[in-house]
Design a protein around this ligand. Structure first.
Ligand SMILES: C[S@@+](CC[C@H](N)C(=O)[O-])C[C@H]1O[C@@H](n2cnc3c(N)ncnc32)[C@H](O)[C@@H]1O
Length: 313
């Protein structure tokens, strides 16, 4: 069964995004955004290893994915079900090509990031934040400081650090921060104690309170929390209820002229609703603060589910 022409057209539309060879991880197919026939079907390319996501009940990766022209053929195909909560947390399942036996690296804007298909549900990097990482990197001047809350594998911190920033990465998961340190090393950056880069395992709210008490100030703050989380003391965070409080707390450690990147994939909020929520508890009720949208990358052709905004004072 040969692949539909529409799929090959979707691939060709993405060619310019990786033409310079600096990026080899992107979304190749974004469901109905690339044609109604692809509703519920997603293909992410991680340096030639394809992760196929299916979101409709009973949907499986189409057989034509194994019958691509040689120039488009992936090294491996894995499958991640997005449809049922039970299997939602499972690592991707092998479908075709070379089995992947361990972590490997992808490239983005010339930087390397470690990816792992065996690690669980998340592979180590969120491709939908690519343009925001590149935008942060472009805004950094050497010597600036960045607080990366909810840092996960520290991809934002790496992007800032290669541009010369000092970084603080905070996440509840020590394992994710260790992965982040590996991402630093992959890019020739030194993550070790006493240097320019701090890694704190703990709660972002506590870390921000603590830094505010010490009078710390950051030129950039990245806030990209999960839509829902519970910290070790059982305190619940829901993006659609609590993002305003989080942004206001972060604002207490924002340097004059600094900027925050606030991001959420809560589908309960419109882009404008999210912008207002972020501003709602800032000093002056948000008056005097500038906002700038942070659009999703061009390969995400479907529903623009990411709510992301730059907020500066
Ligand atoms: C959506 S991921 C963040 C992705 C990350 N910003 C990136 O671009 O790669 C959410 C992360 O938040 C962390 N997390 C959740 N609640 C937290 C909290 N209260 N304090 C610190 N980290 C938290 C999780 O451990 C997870 O790594």
């Amino acid at each position: 069964m040969s692949p539909p022409q529409e799929f090959l057209r979707a691939l060709r539309r993405r060619d310019p995004l990786r033409a310079d060879g600096a990026t080899d991880a992107l979304r190749l197919l974004d469901g109905a955004g690339d044609g109604r026939a692809f509703d519920g079907l997603f293909v992410d390319d991680f340096a030639g290893r394809w992760l196929v996501g299916t979101s409709r009940p009973g949907q499986t990766p189409p057989d034509w994915l194994r019958a691509l022209p040689a120039a488009d053929e992936p090294r491996s195909i894995y499958w991640k079900r997005l449809d049922s909560r039970g299997e939602y947390q499972q690592p991707p399942a092998f479908r075709a090509g070379e089995p992947i036996t361990g972590p490997f690296n992808i490239r983005e804007g010339g930087l390397a990031y470690r990816v792992d298909f065996q690690n669980g549900y998340s592979q180590g990097i969120f491709l939908d934040q690519r343009d925001n990482r590149l935008a942060l990197r472009e805004r950094i001047r050497p010597g600036m400081s960045v607080f990366n809350g909810f840092a996960y594998t520290c991809a934002f911190s790496v992007a800032a650090a290669v541009a010369g920033a000092r970084t603080v990465s905070v996440d509840l998961s020590r394992a994710s921060l260790d992965w982040g340190k590996e991402n630093f090393r992959l890019n020739g950056l030194k993550p070790d104690a006493g240097g320019e880069h701090e890694f704190r395992a703990g709660d972002v709210f506590e870390a921000l309170h603590h830094r505010a008490k010490r009078g710390a100030r950051f030129d950039f703050i990245v806030l990209d929390p999960p839509t829902f989380s519970r910290d070790r003391k059982g305190k619940v965070f829901r993006a659609e209820d609590n993002f305003g409080t989080l942004a206001a707390l972060a604002a207490t450690v924002l340097a004059p002229g600094g900027a925050m990147l606030c991001s959420s994939n809560s589908r309960r909020l419109t882009a404008e609703g999210f912008r207002r929520l972020v501003l709602s508890e800032l000093p002056g009720g948000g008056k005097g603060w500038r906002t700038e949208p942070a659009p999703m990358p061009a390969d995400f052709t479907g529903e623009p589910y990411l709510r992301a905004v730059w907020v500066s004072c």
